[in-house]
Design a protein around this ligand. Sequence first.
Ligand SMILES: NC(=O)c1ccc[n+]([C@@H]2O[C@H](COP(=O)([O-])OP(=O)(O)OC[C@H]3O[C@@H](n4cnc5c(N)ncnc54)[C@H](O)[C@@H]3O)[C@@H](O)[C@H]2O)c1
Length: 352
Amino acid sequence: MGTPNPPQRILVTGGAGYIGSHACLRLVETGHSVVGLDDFSRGHPGAFRAIAAAAEELPGSFTSVEASIGDRRGCAEILREHDIDLVMHFAALAYVGESVEQPLRYYDNNTGGAISLLEAMMDAGVERFVFSSTCATYGEPGADRIPIAEDCPQAPINPYGNSKFMVEQVLFDHAEACRLADKPFAFAALRYFNVAGSDPKTRIGEDHRPETHLIPICLEVAAGRRERLMIFGDDYDTEDGTCIRDYVHVCDLIDAHIAVMNQLAPGDTHTLNVGLGHGWSVHQVLEACRAVTGKAIPESISPRRAGDPPKLYANSSRIRDDFGWSPQFTELEATVATAWAWMQANPSGYAD
Ligand SMILES: NC(=O)c1ccc[n+]([C@@H]2O[C@H](COP(=O)([O-])OP(=O)(O)OC[C@H]3O[C@@H](n4cnc5c(N)ncnc54)[C@H](O)[C@@H]3O)[C@@H](O)[C@H]2O)c1
């Protein structure tokens, strides 16, 4: 399939978090030199240790640094020292509820932090950027907009979504300024839908504290760490009355980043949805978790939450058609099985 892609030197911010750690590991597995950066505000030193241990047997290399994306000078030094070719930017605070309570912290860390990182990249002459954006930038699209394509109007309904949407706007303006100044800069903003699953070899996994994502919550109930799954509303206009979301496996998500990275040319400004292109309901997810774990997983129904549209799933044809991405994990139970395997191997998550 074409010429092989040369190894690159990549800075992965948020590398000790759930998605960033999977990016580090997969990039090392595919022969790249990776520097994982994290301030450990939400990430785990144990994730870096696990990646470093795995890297010893893998074709690429891995180094980790403790730093904040808000430290422009420190980041510029790291970029120069490691002669970085491209930045994958996963670092962020990502709890919607917390963002409503502490908007300044979210705008400062997610939007201000990204700007500081872009400035550090300018200082160090690094010209390629892949950004973790989110379907939360679309807000609550009307039923006629489902599946959601990239041209769906963006209207976030909380500070978290807004903090990410603002970064996308900054990226377009920055890319335009670079173009006018004849300086090469390229970015891709990947708008993830719901990310799930873990490294199938259970070297790393998902360990959010607190956990707010449906699949790990179901599995925590299965593991006896929670009493029951709370379902917020079973009277939506969907087949079984529960909300429908698009669950992409974290390994497929990272492969999407790598596919985009390999084709990111100077001047490119991409926005790309990453999702399977269809959804599963809360009940379907719960049944899949019951089937995989063999546990009962008690449930109870609570009132709807504000800001939860009945259906959210992606039209992901742009990344499929333009970058040749195609997800491998298309069965819900296969995705759940990887998350369950990691949880069983690490019942208390990372030890740190
Ligand atoms: N998990 C999902 O389903 C999902 C969906 C859409 C978008 N995203 C986005 O993907 C990215 C990764 O999400 P995740 O689920 O892995 O979250 P996570 O909390 O597990 O990882 C984020 C990491 O960023 C680090 N971090 C935060 N602020 C930092 C700073 N100022 N400097 C350095 N490191 C910092 C944290 O310590 C953490 O390790 C986020 O940007 C999130 O908004 C996630």
